[in-house]
Design a protein around this ligand. Structure first.
Ligand SMILES: [Zn+2]
Ligand SMILES: [Zn+2]
Length: 170
């Protein structure tokens, strides 16, 4: 986790879109939903979420692609480089105060700790989770803003746990 006030930098592949994040992230999550899989072209989106005022865009202006979630019908805005196409961040109609950085775009992403996995329901069947993470089958928050129960709490003893087990418990 980054320290109070620490400035971290990142950007897209071509270097046109650049950003800084300031201070500690509000939360971080590895999301395995189908949107995030398509968005990243990979199997999960490890996102680091900051208050908007703690993310500064310092390079070219990203383009915005608006995607309406089929889950909750609210907009998710993808901020991407118009030149190389790399998405560096997300903003959400549902969570208007925050900016989620796609963590692989940090210049040095090695500091990032994921403390939860969400949408294990659509995770790859070979995905395994470390004992330091909570695992949720879908969103962490219900539509009324209260917390869902994780399908596995961090520190759970069964380290052989995998997504097959999660799917059985949903
Ligand atoms: Zn670029
Ligand atoms: Zn997702």
């Amino acid at each position: 986790m980054n320290e109070e006030g620490e400035v971290r930098e990142g950007g897209c592949l071509c270097g046109g879109v650049r950003y800084q994040s300031i201070g500690a992230a509000r939360w971080q999550a590895a999301c395995h939903c189908r949107f995030c899989q398509r968005l990243t072209g990979s199997v999960l989106n490890a996102e680091v979420v900051f208050l908007k005022e703690h993310v500064l865009l310092t390079g070219a202006e990203p383009k915005i692609y608006g995607y309406r979630s089929p889950d909750h019908a609210r907009m998710i805005n993808v901020h991407f480089c118009p030149e190389c196409g790399v998405a560096v961040g997300l903003t959400f109609e549902r969570f208007p105060l925050v900016w989620a950085i796609l963590s692989g775009t940090y210049d040095d992403p090695g500091w990032i700790q994921m403390d939860k996995h969400i949408f294990s329901i659509s995770a790859m069947p070979w995905m395994a989770y470390s004992e330091s993470t909570d695992v949720y089958s879908g969103h962490q928050l219900k539509m009324d803003g209260t917390l869902e129960q994780p399908v596995r709490k961090r520190g759970a003893e069964d380290l052989s746990f995998n997504t097959t087990d999660v799917k059985l418990q949903k």
